[in-house]
Design a protein around this ligand. Sequence first.
Ligand SMILES: NC(=O)c1ccc[n+]([C@@H]2O[C@H](COP(=O)([O-])OP(=O)(O)OC[C@H]3O[C@@H](n4cnc5c(N)ncnc54)[C@H](O)[C@@H]3O)[C@@H](O)[C@H]2O)c1
Length: 269
Amino acid sequence: MELHNKVALVTGAGSGIGQTVATILAREGARVGLADVNIKGIQETLSAIEEDGGKAFELPGDVSIKNNVREMVHRLVNRFGPVDILVNNAGIEGSASLVHEIEEEIWDRVMSVNLKASFLMCQAVIPSMMERRYGKIVNVASLAARRISYLGGSDYTASKYGLLGFSMHLAYELARYNINVNVLCPGATLTKMTESKLTKEKEEEIVRQIPLGRWCSPMDQAEAVLFLVSERAAMITGMVMDVNGGNLLGFGDYPENMARREERSARKR
Ligand SMILES: NC(=O)c1ccc[n+]([C@@H]2O[C@H](COP(=O)([O-])OP(=O)(O)OC[C@H]3O[C@@H](n4cnc5c(N)ncnc54)[C@H](O)[C@@H]3O)[C@@H](O)[C@H]2O)c1
């Protein structure tokens, strides 16, 4: 087991990517704090982990509020010990509106959950990581931070670029304490966040833009996180891991583009 004796904290652990990340880390021996506002969700995650023989602990609450974050970390440290691994995954979609129509309250909320919460979590766990000269942090941004959001608005895009910038700076500052900070940028991944917005047609339209020909699963994302927090990635810091089936490689409809390329090539034969 790669994470034997490690303590992990995963935010947004009650659903989708965070739920799978928490389960995989626990399967590898980590004792995992499950932070989420979705109490039913973290109960489900806890049951799945315990049925699997793993150890986890519920941390209900909103991770964008400083006192909650302090309290969560305090409770986890008392229960399992200091945090070795932090996965800042909790996120919300934002407005999906055009920029001139985004309400200020929504903009602020998206920044709080998608950006400030990671800052608060990092502030709460880093001092002990620095003391122990050990730590692995993965911040979950998005494909939106590599181009722009496909389904969401500029509030979501801006929050994820912010998280990327914060992570790079953090990686630089913390390297001398042997703390690795990396970013996961998931592409289209089937979870509650995306399913709520999808029609069958939209789902298929998105698949056509993915060279590897399918949506990502939460497990695809969790495998990447596991790698980044393991000793196999000991010399990787300040890196962005894109898990998107090649979505950034080309333009538009992949089957159509490839058919055109094949046709062009055939004409030259
Ligand atoms: N699904 C995708 O296609 C996709 C693509 C790119 C990036 N992402 C990012 O991956 C992360 C996980 O997304 P998902 O698809 O699993 O979404 P999801 O909606 O299934 O899960 C997100 C979880 O975060 C929790 N959460 C939201 N606000 C919170 C808060 N203030 N405090 C505590 N918990 C909170 C929710 O309750 C939920 O359980 C998000 O940061 C999202 O932006 C997802």
